[in-house]
Ligand binder design. Structure first.
Ligand code: ADP
Length: 491
């Protein structure tokens, strides 16, 4: 293999699947993408076709292998994926036996509420680091086994796993594996030990025999069948999308924090090998595992980030496009007293109030659309600041914030984040951090670097820094204004 050999990254996301080529310095040399169809068969249900996920992934990966000049020019594959989504397949043929149930699916809300009412949440959180919610895989698997008779009928042939597990099975032609970061989101893994927990499997009625073997996030995970790319390629890295983005941002030392502002916002702080137990309703998750060691992160998600800008554009018609929000925010001296609490679909961490609803307050005849847009962008800094307090309370204070996601392109928002958090905010020039993280894992797993910290140091690109400039009085006034409005929403 020449020293210019490439890393092939597979990024199986929620709305699209992609393949990308990276070199060992972290530069991207190509990308191929295909949309993934979503289906909504009933209220709150979200499904995908696992056969389509595989066909699209294979087509994108084959396009990238061809661009690289063949499998001989690729030293390793890294996989990153939408988390928590579950797939059911035949372990002999690899063919899906049922629709994939997507992470957004709420069909098991009643089942989760019943478990919570029965007092199970503390015990579940103590083992998994997660809060009882349909979001995680366990209740979805339990539901499918009860309601789809073909799964029981498949007997020993039934294999279940998250998206990377299914892709690993198809790529290798039969291995049933799941990387530890993805496994930690199923609510069936004891994240403080490296295995499935018999008690949790019994609670959700999931036999352990149908689950994959949990493996490291970098190392010799498997080899692709020669048929797919003309020759076998080593699979050397795998991690869930948010963990991968955290690694791609180089946030692997304790206290390092990344925030992704897309439709919603996902914030993760690395806690190193210490496994925190949150007292502030944050999630504890495996950032990555390798060589018998587990590295953890605390995670908090905000339901509405860029979705607010979409709503202001598409429902209220206050914007022509998302990028216009930046100029409008700059066009006024301040928010004019307007505060926006974007609880359009309830509030996520640290409040966890699905019943909360949004509020736009403080308007007068002097209020124009620029004030409302500015208040909408300001809400991102305030939601993040509320989480900063929860992370600090759990012993993971932030020293700076690495941002990415579509909304991070907004310079005004990035500066406002720095001002309200009173911390430096950094944005990489190359914002595809999810794919870059998988490339870093694959490079480490292939032995191009001695360990993951060396890979992240070598493969990270340039970044732009936003430094806090706001005076204390203005900052305090803004935070007071936000907290008063939040009290009313929560009240
Ligand atoms: P996802 O991965 O969740 O689909 P993206 O990371 O692609 O989301 O980000 C898209 C979101 O970012 C959209 O909700 C859009 O409204 C918002 N967005 C994109 N550009 C800007 C901008 N310049 N200012 C504010 N919001 C933006």
């Amino acid at each position: 293999m020449g020293k210019d050999a490439k890393l092939l990254v597979i990024d199986a996301g929620t709305t699209s699947t992609r393949a990308m080529l990276f070199d060992a310095q972290g530069h991207c040399h190509g990308a191929h993408q295909r949309a993934i169809r979503q289906s909504y068969p009933a209220d709150g249900w979200v499904e995908q076709d696992a056969a389509e996920i595989w066909a699209s992934t294979l087509a994108c990966a084959q396009a990238m292998v061809a661009q690289a000049g063949g499998a001989a020019h690729i030293c390793a594959i890294g996989i990153t994926n939408q988390r928590e989504t579950v797939i059911f397949w035949d372990r002999n043929s690899g063919e899906p036996l049922a629709p994939a149930i997507v992470w957004q699916d709420r069909r098991t809300a009643d089942a989760c509420n019943a478990l919570r009412d029965a007092g199970q949440e503390a015990a579940v959180q103590a083992k998994t680091g997660l809060l009882l919610d349909p979001y995680f895989s366990a209740s979805k698997i339990g539901w499918a086994l009860q309601n789809w008779p073909q799964l029981r009928a498949a007997g020993d042939r039934l294999a279940v796993g998250t998206v990377e597990s299914f892709l690993l099975h198809r790529l290798t032609g039969g291995a049933h594996l799941s990387d530890a970061s993805n496994a930690s989101r199923t609510m069936l893994m004891d994240i403080y030990n490296m295995g499935w927990d018999a008690g949790l499997c019994a609670l959700f009625d999931v036999p352990t025999s149908i689950l994959p073997q949990i493996v490291d996030c970098h190392g010799p995970i498997g080899r692709s069948l020669p048929a797919w790319f003309g020759a076998p390629i080593a699979i050397c890295g795998a991690a869930g999308d948010q963990q991968s983005a955290t690694i791609g941002q180089g946030c692997i030392h304790p206290g390092d924090t990344k925030a992704t502002y897309g439709t919603g916002a996902f914030i993760l702080t690395s806690t190193g090998q210490a496994a925190p137990r949150s007292q502030h309703r944050l999630l504890t998750t495996i950032l990555y595992a390798a060589g018998g060691q587990r590295h953890y992160a605390l995670e908090g998600s905000v339901f509405v980030a860029g979705a607010l800008i979409q709503w202001l554009r598409d429902s209220l018609h206050l914007l022509g496009n998302a990028a216009e929000s930046e100029g409008l925010a700059r066009s006024v001296a301040d928010n004019g007293g307007v505060v926006c609490i974007p609880a359009l679909s309830g509030l996520g961490a640290p409040h966890w109030r699905s019943d909360a609803r949004a509020m736009l307050s403080g308007m007068s005849f002097a209020t124009g659309r620029a004030h409302i847009i500015r208040a909408g962008l300001e809400a991102m800094a305030h939601q993040t600041q509320d989480l900063a307090a929860a992370f600090a309370g759990d012993g993971a204070p932030w020293q700076r914030l690495q941002i990415d996601g579509g909304m991070s392109a907004n310079d005004w928002m990035a500066q406002d984040l720095a001002d309200i958090l009173a911390l430096p905010v950094e944005r990489p020039d190359f914002v595809e951090t999810t794919a870059l993280g998988a490339a870093m894992l694959a490079a480490t797993g292939a032995g191009l670097y001695p360990d993951l910290p060396s890979a992240t140091a070598a493969m990270q690109g340039e970044r732009r820094r936003f430094v806090a400039q706001m005076d204390d009085a203005t900052r305090t006034r803004r935070i007071d204004q936000w907290q008063r409005a939040m009290t009313r929403v929560l009240g």
